[in-house]
Design a protein around this ligand. Structure first.
Ligand SMILES: *[C@@H]1O[C@H](CO)[C@@H](O)[C@H](O)[C@H]1NC(C)=O
Ligand SMILES: *[C@@H]1O[C@H](CO)[C@@H](O)[C@H](O)[C@H]1NC(C)=O
Ligand SMILES: *[C@@H]1O[C@H](CO)[C@@H](O)[C@H](O)[C@H]1NC(C)=O
Length: 379
């Protein structure tokens, strides 16, 4: 679809498919299930502009662009057949979500040589990002400040006659996605904080996400899509490095996962609290934790044999993770068939896993309120 078709989006038409979920959002309390007839598989004629904020789970090349940090092969070996800056063998969850709307993959905001005018949005997510501390590259509040700059500059250029950029309506109707928090949890543990100290820090992390959403709302954002954080204690990297080794039924670190779950409770609560506060805003919370944990717990039924073993790494069993030779660096080696593995590099999931995770996100079964992703298509 040529950019001009969806850049300056028409005013929202109250067609049946659009009207129904709006009705749910505006008039029915947030947790009531809203399903809408026949829209899940209909093509997205007018994909929304998407702005994404987060960490490596949704970084489509920002680390390489922003810090010049090399992301070497075999990253990108499937699908792209070259390194794209994604820490994955192929596509990330956000790539599959974009594909489901038939919109292009998101370009990293800092990619100065992108073959893109950012007509379909921009990706502010960068590997390693957390919410705290603030004002360091590329914490969530910096990402939001970058967005504000991007928006002001785009509108300025549009006003002076530039074509093919996102205009007022594009920003207003855009989808604002947030997937952050994993590094806040991970950083706390890696600083040797006690479990009690890790937990105590969660409310300030949630406050940062609240600040980000409020700032975006003040900038005109009305559509939010928020991913919770995955089971941190099932990452091979954490399993190989953690000091405490109390494992749950599936071999994951219990405390790490408990902390992740407490963070997720806080995030869910935040979304519920913000719905009446951010008037006319749709806020969808997606329980990615449950999706990923199910994938690990029931890995064999999904066709994965060793859910806690890294495909690309070094060191062999039990986790094939060695911090001194991680994926893409000397000494590491990649498995032959990544589609047999859940973990790509010890921290990030394989494309095969991401495809399943994305399809479960699209199923709406883990969304509150139940909202199809193509709800955000315009008409
Ligand atoms: C997806 O976009 C391509 C062009 O970018 C177009 O040819 C195709 O028809 C679209 N598919 C759907 C299902 O909208
Ligand atoms: C954490 O504790 C372990 C052992 O108790 C120690 O080896 C490591 O250096 C500590 N890390 C930090 C960041 O203090
Ligand atoms: C594993 O799969 C079963 C059957 O679908 C499901 O009931 C269970 O909740 C799953 N386990 C986890 C930990 O998600």
């Amino acid at each position: 679809m040529p950019p001009s078709l969806y850049l300056l989006s028409p005013p929202l038409r109250s067609s049946h498919r659009l009207f129904f979920p709006l009705f749910c959002f505006f008039f029915v309390s947030s947790l009531i299930l809203c399903s809408l007839p026949g829209s899940a598989s209909s093509p997205c004629e007018n994909p929304p502009v998407i702005f994404n904020f987060g960490d490596s789970n949704s970084d489509t090349g920002g680390l390489a662009a922003g810090l010049g940090f090399p992301v070497n092969s075999p990253n990108g070996r499937t699908f792209f057949h070259r390194s794209t800056g994604r820490l994955c063998d192929g596509r990330l969850v956000i790539d599959f979500l974009c594909q489901s709307l038939n919109t292009s993959f998101l370009t990293p905001y800092l990619d100065s040589l992108a073959n893109s005018n950012f007509a379909n949005g921009a990706n502010f997510a960068i590997v390693g990002s957390s919410t705290l501390p603030k004002y360091v590259p590329f914490s969530l509040n910096i990402q939001v400040m970058q967005f504000i700059h991007f928006k002001a500059r785009a509108l300025e250029l549009v006003t002076s006659g530039a074509k093919g950029l996102i205009g007022d309506a594009g920003f207003r109707n855009a989808l604002y996605m947030i997937d952050i928090g994993q590094n806040d949890m991970a950083d706390s543990f890696s600083k040797n904080m006690s479990y009690a100290q890790v937990i105590k820090r969660i409310p300030s992390v949630i406050t940062e996400i609240r600040n980000a959403m409020t700032t975006l709302y003040d900038q005109g954002a009305r559509k939010f899509w928020v991913h919770n954080t995955g089971p941190l204690g099932c990452l091979p990297q954490k399993l190989s490095l953690a000091q405490e080794k109390e494992l749950d039924h599936y071999g994951c670190l219990s405390r790490y996962n408990s902390a992740a779950k407490l963070f997720n409770e806080g995030l869910l609560h935040l979304c519920q609290e913000m719905r009446p506060q951010l008037k006319d805003a749709a806020i969808v919370y997606v329980d990615v934790y449950t999706i990923k944990y199910d994938l690990i717990a029931n890995s064999t039924s999904y066709g994965f044999s060793s859910p806690l073993v890294t495909c690309c790494g070094n060191g062999g069993p039990p986790y094939n993770y060695n911090i001194r030779s991680t994926c893409g660096n000397p000494g590491s080696e990649a498995c032959r068939d990544g589609s047999q593995f859940l973990s790509w590099d010890g921290i990030h999931y394989t494309e095969a896993a991401n495809e399943i995770i994305a399809s479960k996100i699209l199923s709406m079964d883990h969304s509150q309120p139940r909202t199809p992703f193509d709800f955000f298509c315009q008409g």
